[in-house]
Design a binder for this molecule. Structure first.
Ligand code: IPE
Ligand code: MG
Length: 251
């Protein structure tokens, strides 16, 4: 009751504030959440976490956010965590995340990351969901998976050089012509606006190689809650802080 009053109050307040077009979310704290809730099996935290993204997308779209990037797993997570945990994350990506995109007709899906780090079935499920959602225009959802911000920049530069080699352009010309825009066009998901706001849950105060290129000018909100415990009011509060800061800066 109190919660819904508070939610409505926040929504009213947000109506008068600038709002972000693109919100990026670092969904951190699944395992700590699971342990804190008394589950020995941390995979339960990942399951709640994956399902939780569906709610977050609903809240975001209710709040008028049309572009969301969600960090599902870093390249390091896939390389360094034990294989049973990684297998389970991949299974969730297929059965929860890709499946959600199939069913929720709002979101056009993009994938950022090194798809060759993923098992074939996961890469295939994501590619199919990208194809299936290609013509949707209500919102853009990017799943960052097997993602590293530094590697994204390396891959972008490599792709600029590959194109130049294919066209027979000399290295001198490439160096001469290289601009921010040119690198931007070779990122994993070109054409999206930069994130206005990045939210990280679980109280960790780091960017951890997320959206290195795209988030240089983003506002950042750190939230102490573990990802599965993050509520709509926490999103609305982050949007309120963002809106107030933007107002101050523009005045
Ligand atoms: C976030 O939760 C999900 C992934 C990175 C895959 P964590 O698995 O990082 O959970 P904590 O941070 O260890 O609690
Ligand atoms: Mg973590």
């Amino acid at each position: 009751m109190l919660y819904s009053l508070y939610t409505r109050r926040l929504r009213r307040l947000l109506a008068g504030l600038p709002k972000p077009e693109h919100v990026a979310i670092v969904m951190d704290g699944n395992r700590r959440w699971a342990r804190g809730a008394g589950y020995d099996d941390v995979r339960i935290g990942h399951r709640f976490g994956a399902k939780h993204l569906e709610q977050f997308l609903q809240w975001s779209s209710d709040a008028g956010v049309t572009c969301v990037t969600a960090w599902v797993a870093s390249a390091d997570n896939l390389r360094k965590r034990d294989s049973a945990e990684v297998d389970y994350l991949m299974e969730l990506t297929e059965s929860v995340l890709a499946d959600h995109v199939r069913r929720d007709h709002r979101w056009r899906l993009h994938v950022a990351g090194q798809l060759d780090l993923l098992p074939d079935s996961t890469a295939r499920a994501l590619k199919e969901a990208v194809e299936l959602s290609r013509d949707r225009d209500a919102g853009d959802l990017t799943l960052a998976i097997g993602y590293s911000g530094r590697l994204e920049v390396v891959d972008a530069v490599r792709s600029v050089l590959d194109d130049a080699a294919a066209e027979g352009t000399s290295l001198e010309e490439v160096a001469d012509r290289l601009t921010e825009e040119e690198i931007g066009r070779h990122l994993y998901v070109p054409g999206l606006p930069d994130p206005d706001l990045v939210i990280r849950t679980s109280g960790e105060l780091r960017m951890s190689d997320f959206l290195l290129w795209q988030a240089t000018r983003s506002d950042i909100e750190f939230c102490d809650l573990y990802w599965p415990a993050f509520r709509e009011v926490d999103l609305l509060r982050a949007l309120r802080t963002y809106g107030r800061r933007r107002l101050e800066r523009s005045s």
